[in-house]
Design a protein around this ligand. Structure first.
Ligand code: ADP
Length: 454
């Protein structure tokens, strides 16, 4: 029964019990009423025989019966015999040809003419030397036939009743379990869109409704906790901004003086560099927390992406670090591709991807940027032949603060770049994927709709 839905299981369960219950009740009823019918037939037979004794009399030594004796009341036939079993008066039913021995005061079952008969004999003493025998005969088969009709009727009715129970039960269970479907759908949606503001929205009622209400209450709490956490990140980042700026400004001021020894200058430069990294990280954190709170607005406009992309690459090429390590950056850009994008975000996406490609390249490596149209989308890819990403790291690189193989990435990495890139691409209604092989290189491909709508 694994994988079978709850409503089917429940329907099968009570249909089975319904079948069992009605089957047993019916069998019991039929067996009782069959016995009842036979007993009543027997009683009727014996009663009729005893009652007809009034119709027999002795007139001047001759046995006489009045006309009532011939009437077949309640399917009981009457026949009168003398002591030598000589038939005197009455009627014997068609098909009953046997003439069994007299058995006084006892009802017997006799088979004849393909039927079963009840035969009841009773002696009647008319005078001291005249005794006659009254025989009552009635068909058991005829009585049973009416009973067979009842049985047939019951046998047709039983499956119909079971079917009706299954159908009504199925509909009822479906309706009862409907809230469960709503709960499942809502939870799935919450997972899919990572949107904790969704609610199932049911009123308290039965157990399932109460479960839904409890679920909503839990979601409410969770949302508050997340909200508080986001607020905390945002507040901390804000609070850290000023001291970091002061540290950086003081470092710059010190570096501008001549009185420092080489050692001191090196130490201040290190502090300045680390503080700069912290400032970057804080602005990334602020960006993400604004994005989480829905406060990161997009300023989209129609831009020549071919030109913009080329400009970004030129700037990246000029960075001294890339030149020092002999990393070549090349590009294949279709001319005059326009897109409806937020310029600042587009630059950030590309700078992030190119600087990652550079950082995770080997000395003398190659980075290639492509820009092309695909249907109504702009597709950009940034490919490098650097160290690549291991299979274990690959699914996690979009998570905040995730850094693959920390020993290689050094201290200047935050693990916030790709989550930001992903958010910015998706905010444009686009998507981003990565193909990578450890030791061979990586290719990040993002696609965004060219037009305003979507
Ligand atoms: P950061 O680079 O600051 O660590 P990112 O979010 O930009 O953070 O990247 C997350 C991780 O993804 C990196 O630590 C690195 O392991 C991996 N990664 C990103 N880009 C590349 C790339 N081009 N080649 C190899 N690994 C990469």
């Amino acid at each position: 029964m694994k994988g079978v839905s709850l409503k089917v299981k429940l329907t099968l369960l009570y249909t089975f019990f319904m079948l069992l219950l009605t089957g047993t009740a019916l069998a019991l009823m039929l067996s009782l009423s069959s016995r009842e019918i036979l007993t009543s037939v027997q009683n009727k037979l014996e009663g009729r025989v005893q009652e007809c004794l009034d119709d027999i009399e002795l007139q001047s030594g001759e046995v006489r019966v009045d006309s009532d004796f011939y009437s077949v009341t309640g399917d009981v036939y009457l026949a009168l015999y003398d002591e030598e079993m000589y038939f005197l008066y009455g009627k014997v039913p068609y098909g009953f040809d046997r003439q069994p021995e007299i058995s006084d005061g006892e009802t017997r079952t006799i088979k004849d003419g393909g039927k079963e008969w009840y035969v009841y004999d009773l002696s009647f003493r008319l005078s001291a030397d005249k005794t006659v025998y009254v025989r009552g005969i009635t068909s058991v088969t005829d009585a049973e036939e009416s009973f067979v009709v009842t049985v047939r009727f019951a046998l047709i009715l039983l499956p119909l009743m079971v079917l009706a129970t299954a159908l009504i039960g199925y509909r009822f269970t479906r309706r009862t379990l409907l809230p469960v479907r709503t709960i499942t759908a809502t939870v799935r949606k919450i997972r899919q869109d990572a949107d904790l503001s969704r609610r199932i929205g049911m009123k308290s009622g039965d157990e399932i409704n109460t479960l839904a209400v409890t679920f909503d209450e839990m979601l409410e709490e969770l949302e508050k906790v997340f909200q508080r956490e986001k607020q905390f990140t945002s507040d901390v980042s804000h609070e850290l901004r000023t001291p970091i700026s002061v540290i950086m400004a003081q470092c710059d001021e010190l570096l501008g003086r001549d009185e420092m020894t080489e050692k001191q200058e090196a130490a201040i430069l290190l502090i300045r560099r680390k503080a700069g990294r912290m400032a970057d990280m804080i602005s990334q954190l602020l960006f993400l927390s604004r994005a989480d709170q829905g406060r990161q607005a997009l300023n989209k406009e129609r831009i020549n992406l071919s030109e913009l992309t080329e400009m970004i690459i030129e700037e990246q090429k000029m960075l001294s670090e890339a030149e020092k390590r002999g990393i070549r950056i090349s590009w294949i850009i279709s001319p005059n591709i326009y897109g409806y994008v937020d310029e600042t975000f587009y630059i950030r996406i590309l700078v992030n991807l190119i600087s990652n490609a550079r950082q995770y390249s080997r000395d003398g490596g190659n980075v290639e940027v492509r820009l092309e149209e695909a249907g109504s989308n702009v597709v950009v890819s940034v490919e490098d032949n650097g160290i690549g990403i291991s299979e274990e790291d690959l699914p996690h690189i979009w998570e905040r603060f995730y850094r693959g193989d920390r020993s290689r990435s050094g201290g200047d990495h935050s693990g916030l770049g790709l989550p930001m890139v992903k958010w910015m691409v998706e905010a444009h209604g686009g998507s981003i994927t990565v193909e990578s092989r450890e030791g061979a290189g990586s290719r990040f491909i993002f696609s965004i709709p060219q037009n305003e709508e979507k």
